[in-house]
Design a protein around this ligand. Structure first.
Ligand SMILES: Nc1nc2c(ncn2[C@@H]2O[C@H](COP(=O)(O)OP(=O)(O)OP(=O)(O)O)[C@@H](O)[C@H]2O)c(=O)[nH]1
Length: 622
């Protein structure tokens, strides 16, 4: 025995350690006596580690409790520690020295560390083990690991209770392990916010524990189950997601503990970094954005190109009625201007020139009377002088205006007559029915009630045409069967208009040549029948004159005036190849009012007659 003790003393601690390893089971029974004597020495040699170990444990459990715990928990830690160093654990680490230690550390540091903060004050001694010892030295330090574990434990407790020897492994080795394990990060990465929150947490005192491990803290409290602390990476993930929730709830407790965790955050920081990296690749999709913009631009261009042609079809803006009349009189105006210029080129105004000018004006349908007015006007002021064609045209415009002004009067309706009867007459195709439709539109638009009578019983188309105008102007149409007596129809229409209280009754008549006696007699009969109902009816007898007709128009007006009592004219088709001069001749001879001029086939192509505009247009004066 004595020799045995000597060996022990001589070899010192080394031998003792070896014996423990090899004879863990058998030694106890044999050496108890000696051990008792030796205990003081052993304790003296190990005093450093024991004091440290007791302290950390209390901190671990105290973690859940408020910050002050560090001192109070001391009693508790003692019991907690012993279980960790139990013989069973040391045995495990040995078999898994290489790879496991590394993996284990990862989870541990991540989650368990948060609780460590409380114990941190004690751990200062731990730093030593972390740097120097690699995963292998664990067995020797097994007793001390208790202190180191508390730091790590805090993070581990929450995590899954993996039995691995992680408890022993030193934090340093674990840290590196965590960093390398990126696969787990992706799951936590789902929300890029996590990385950011973690990062921010690091700088902030509480952050270290919260964002990433804050959850761990919460769990720590409930998870005093430090024994099974091996939260693996999974915990880290869960924590990352939980961060938002934790921030709101447990901030106070963590605040005190925060300082210690700061050390751990360092390794932890690596995780967040990974998380941030993960999102970056996601951000990569951004590049496609530029392409769409370009595509859109091209598409827009194509569309515009297609749209342009569609816009092209837009009908040119309709010319004004005056422009249309001017264009219609263009032929007459050009011929007249050209002839006038030919007469007065390098010639003074004398009898010959005046005679030549008179002939030109007569050929232009202006009539002898109007032609003489123009020549007389020129002779009175320019006789014997050089005269330009423009001066001649100006004089002509002035004289024509003088002739037309008296006849350019508006249509007046005597509504004391119910209805005011308007009889429309004229040669075939001069525009009677069309003019009736235009006029009805004007009257109805003015608020007058209008009734129409289809007095042209010779043509079915004429009846239908009038009905269409009636529909367009919302005017009732009185019609009879084809071939019926026009006078009888006119009479019936007049009665119906009276009964209806219409303001205006417009009666259409069949076109007829003024030299057809029978037809003109029928027209006379119509007028006579209407007079039976109202001696003054028809109150207005409008004759439509086709402006393209020429000299025959004078005859038409003369005969219709004599037979039907025409008291007003409508010059139609002045928008075509009109021969406007005839209107001047008619006005000069018959002095009949010209109420309107037709400048188109549309409903609004009926314009009041203007003497000055017509005169300037036909004379070619701007
Ligand atoms: N350009 C142009 N055409 C017109 C004008 N007034 C009428 N017309 C056309 O002339 C043609 C004959 O017009 P209508 O109204 O039927 O003539 P109407 O005198 O009633 O004919 P009948 O019943 O046969 O005597 C139609 O094609 C009309 O569209 C006008 O002021 N300008």
């Amino acid at each position: 025995m004595a020799g045995f003790f000597k060996k022990i003393f001589s070899f010192g601690r080394k031998e003792v350690v070896e014996e423990r390893v090899d004879e863990t089971a058998p030694l106890p029974p044999i050496k108890w006596d000696a051990l008792e004597a030796l205990k003081p020495e052993a304790e003296q040699a190990e005093p450093e580690s024991p004091p440290v170990t007791p302290v950390p444990p209390p901190a671990v459990e105290a973690a859940p409790t408020p910050e002050p715990a560090p001192e109070k928990p001391k009693p508790e830690p003692a019991p907690a520690i012993p279980p960790a160093p139990e013989p069973v654990i040391p045995s495990e680490p040995e078999p898994l020295p290489g790879p496991k230690p590394e993996e284990e550390p990862q989870p541990a540091p991540g989650t368990p560390e948060p609780p460590a903060p409380e114990e941190v004050p004690v751990p200062p001694a731990e730093p030593e083990p972390t740097p120097g010892p690699a995963p292998e030295p664990k067995p020797q330090e097994v007793p001390p690991p208790a202190p180191s574990e508390p730091d790590i434990v805090p993070s581990r407790p929450e995590p899954q209770p993996e039995p691995a020897p992680v408890e022993v492994p030193t934090p340093p080795s674990e840290v590196p392990a965590q960093t390398p394990t990126p696969p787990e990060i992706p799951p936590s990465t789902p929300s890029p916010a996590q990385p950011t929150s973690e990062v921010s947490a690091a700088p902030h005192p509480p952050a270290g524990t919260f964002s990433p491990y804050g959850d761990g803290e919460k769990e720590r409290a409930p998870a005093p189950t430090p024994p099974s602390p091996r939260p693996s990476r999974g915990e880290g993930k869960g924590e990352g997601q939980r961060q938002p929730v934790e921030d709101s709830a447990p901030p106070p407790e963590t605040s005190t503990e925060i300082p210690p965790p700061i050390r751990q955050p360092a390794p932890i920081a690596t995780q967040p970094v990974r998380a941030e990296i993960a999102p970056e690749p996601e951000a990569v999709p951004a590049p496609p954005t530029p392409t769409p913009s370009a595509g859109k631009v091209t598409v827009a261009k194509k569309v515009e190109q297609r749209a342009e042609p569609q816009k092209a079809p837009e009908p040119a803006p309709r010319r004004s009625w005056f422009q249309r009349m001017r264009d219609g009189l263009a032929r007459s105006s050009r011929e007249l201007s050209g002839n006038i210029a030919g007469v007065f080129t390098k010639r003074k105004l004398d009898e010959d020139t005046l005679q030549d000018l008179e002939d030109v004006l007569i050929r232009a349908d202006l009539g002898v009377e109007t032609a003489l007015r123009v020549t007389d006007s020129l002779a009175s002021s320019r006789y014997g002088k050089d005269v330009s064609d423009s001066e001649v045209r100006a004089v002509m415009a002035a004289e024509v205006e003088k002739v037309l002004t008296p006849v350019a009067r508006p249509l007046e309706l005597d509504l004391s007559h119910k209805p005011h009867v308007i009889l429309v007459v004229g040669v075939n195709g001069t525009g009677k029915t069309t003019t009736i439709g235009k006029l009805a539109a004007k009257l109805t638009e003015g608020g007058l009630s209008v009734m129409l009578a289809a007095g042209d019983t010779f043509r079915a188309a004429a009846i239908e045409q009038l009905k269409i105008w009636g529909e367009r102007t919302k005017s009732p149409v009185i019609a009879s069967k084809l071939g019926a007596d026009a006078a009888g129809l006119a009479y019936d229409a007049f009665e119906k208009a009276k009964e209806a209280g219409s303001d205006v009754l417009i009666i259409d008549t069949a076109g007829r040549l003024q030299n057809k006696a029978e037809l003109m007699a029928e027209l006379e009969k119509i007028v006579r029948v209407l007079g039976k109902l109202d001696p003054e009816a028809p109150h207005t007898v409008l004759q439509t004159v086709d402006a393209t007709t020429g000299q025959n128009a004078l005859s038409q007006v003369e005969i219709f005036r004599n037979v039907a009592g025409v008291n007003g004219l409508v010059m139609t088709k002045l928008d075509g190849t009109a021969r406007g001069g005839i209107l001047v001749a008619i006005a000069a001879k018959h002095r009949l009012p010209v109420y309107f001029i037709g400048v188109g086939e549309q409903v609004d192509d009926l314009e009041p007659f203007s003497a000055s505009e017509f005169a300037r247009a036909i004379a070619g004066v701007a």
